[in-house]
Design a protein around this ligand. Sequence first.
Ligand code: IPE
Ligand code: IPE
Ligand code: MG
Length: 244
Amino acid sequence: MQIPTHLAIIMDGNGRWAEQRHLPRVLGHRKGVESVQTIVDGCMDLGIRYLTLYAFSSENWGRPQEEVEALMGLLGTFLKKELSQLHKRGIRLMAVGELDRLPKSISKILKDIIKKTADNDHMVLNLALSYGSRNELTRAMQTLGREIAKGTLQADDITEEDIDAALDTHKIPDPDLLIRTSGEMRISNFLLWQAAYTELYFTETLWPDFSRDQLLQAIAEYSRRQRRFGLTGEQLRDAKEGHH
Ligand code: IPE
Ligand code: IPE
Ligand code: MG
């Protein structure tokens, strides 16, 4: 089986999972944290190098205050509880998004764990928190704009690599596979630049029900895809056989 180097997941459907059971949405989020643990383990076992989880979007700040607070609470608990586990298993934590908008206590734990696990090399767990692709691109353009103003960069010299380097994901390769749960067929402002050639996989399963088996199914499907990057199938076969 072909294992993606970088798997990204839009973990969607917690609210509906709870609503179907006549439970408060928060319980869906709590159950969703269990899926995170299962999938982190599954990815470790499969040898995936980078796992990015979309945990909270820029737009999610607009949800009812009590839901936002509950999500921040769960995030804090997750980080505190998982710290030693992540470290023990050699996982490096990273984060992308507008982290300054997170509650102080959370951004502090986050920064601590990122620092503490910086030398781990089994897998990178990258959390997208207060993340929106347009927000990330806007901040990247501000960065490049400042360099132009300083005279350290010429507008006509801007390359794709410069833009890549100005993004929050600059130390992370582009995702190979993007999974979205809960049946919604949209990107919802996630990794717009980075997912230019990412394989997309949608499943009806709600995030709290997403299992190790379903992870395997998604990767099996990914294995069957031919990624052409704009070239022809023939060109790719030739390249594989070592022709020029
Ligand atoms: C995903 O589940 C988790 C977050 C966005 C934080 P939702 O809360 O979006 O669940 P649905 O889409 O309402 O079912
Ligand atoms: C995307 O889910 C964000 C996360 C999973 C964190 P949403 O539930 O916020 O997306 P929309 O609103 O359905 O597009
Ligand atoms: Mg949703």
